[in-house]
Design a protein around this ligand. Sequence first.
Ligand code: HEC
Length: 140
Amino acid sequence: MKNLFFTAVLLSIALTSCSEKKETESTQSESNVMMEEPKPVDSAALAASNATSSASPEDEGLKLIEGADCLSCHKVDSKLVGPAYQDVAAKYTEADIDHLSQKIIDGGKGVWGDIPMTPHAGMSKENAQKMVKYILSLKK
Ligand code: HEC
């Protein structure tokens, strides 16, 4: 008799917790509907924070430089065919990012000497800017 009572109690607990669960589920989906407006902002912010935590523009710039031909003419701390990246960083500021990234794409000479930098016509401006950001981050 006691056992039967116990089972009944257990059953009713199980049933109520089950229906409670359903209730919270339904209220959750309701609030999801109401929350729909700010949701895209949230996920965009999340994506942005993910992007910055996994790779900053400087990190990406370094990877791009390593993947391109830059290091056959440039070294970080000494002049090779082109100027040392540290010298470039010392000469320019953030305000020059646009100009320098365009110069990487177009190539050119005359600033550091008569040896020209070869153009990198296929490179996107965005990638060139990341490379410049990396170079400027070497400023001492
Ligand atoms: C063929 C050799 C060569 C390659 C390859 C090369 N550079 Fe250069 N780079 C030069 C030379 C030479 C200069 C100096 C140009 C001048 O005096 O105006 C220069 C200058 C620069 C400058 C400074 C520009 C200025 O006006 O002060 C930056 C920034 C730069 N290079 C970045 C890069 C990056 C990034 C890459 C790879 C995508 C690259 N370079 C590939 C030879 C090269």
